[in-house]
Design a protein around this ligand. Structure first.
Ligand SMILES: N[C@@H](CCC(=O)N[C@@H](CS)C(=O)NCC(=O)O)C(=O)O
Length: 197
């Protein structure tokens, strides 16, 4: 049995969506976290080493970090068809988007939020918001999803940013339409109903 350690209105909400997309048998363990506004506090029962969410427990296995959990789950449920497997030519782009999400999108948005987006050393390492926007738009202009015709776990990571706050993704009609496509998925509606209790 899979258990998702989850705090509503956080980065773990999208994993309820992913688990619904996969048709997985899972349970949700609601956990407290320390929130940016000073509310909440770490839950000693949360197995995440930093007391964050999401954390996924699969028997004796603990998986943390959003990109790793997406890959773990889409590999575990290949029949769902939302994570290209080893022999699929889309496996390379899929892995690249998962790593780009964790290694570039999250840092670039955090640097922008912290007012550090213009720092030349950080820009050299991560590039900047414009470069990130161009990369996302280049994929979605071919769309309809990041991997082309195939919706994947990478879309759950990227689209969820824009669903939480539209300005985290590039402005314009291409991304508006992408977010509408992703938001229309029945699995997301099921996830939101579960999340609302
Ligand atoms: N890199 C992690 C980030 C997880 C994260 O920062 N989660 C936030 C909620 S959105 C959290 O649990 N914060 C609690 C804390 O910082 O103690 C991932 O992608 O899974």
């Amino acid at each position: 049995m899979l258990t998702l350690y989850h705090a509503p209105l956080s980065r773990s909400s999208r994993f309820v969506w992913l688990l619904e997309e996969l048709g997985a048998d899972y349970s949700i363990h609601i956990t407290k976290i320390a929130r940016r506004d000073g509310s909440g506090s770490a839950d000693p029962d949360n197995p995440h080493p930093d007391k964050k969410v999401p954390a996924l427990v699969d028997g004796d296995v603990l998986v943390t970090e959003s990109a790793a959990i997406v890959l773990y789950l889409t590999d575990k449920f290949p029949a769902a068809g939302i994570g290209p497997t080893f022999d699929d030519p889309k496996r390379g782009p899929y892995l690249s988007w998962l790593a780009y999400y964790a290694g570039v999108i999250e840092p670039v948005l955090s640097l922008e939020f912290a007012g550090l987006g213009d720092n030349p050393d950080l820009r050299r390492t991560f590039r900047d918001r414009d470069a990130m926007d161009r990369r996302i738009l280049a994929a979605l202009e071919h769309g309809p999803f990041l991997l082309g015709e195939q919706f994947s776990g990478a879309d759950i990571l990227v689209a969820s940013m824009g669903q939480v706050e539209r300005k985290m993704l590039p402005a314009g009609a291409v991304v508006d339409a992408y977010l509408e496509r992703c938001s229309a998925r029945p699995a997301l509606a099921r996830a939101m109903a579960k999340d609302a209790g």
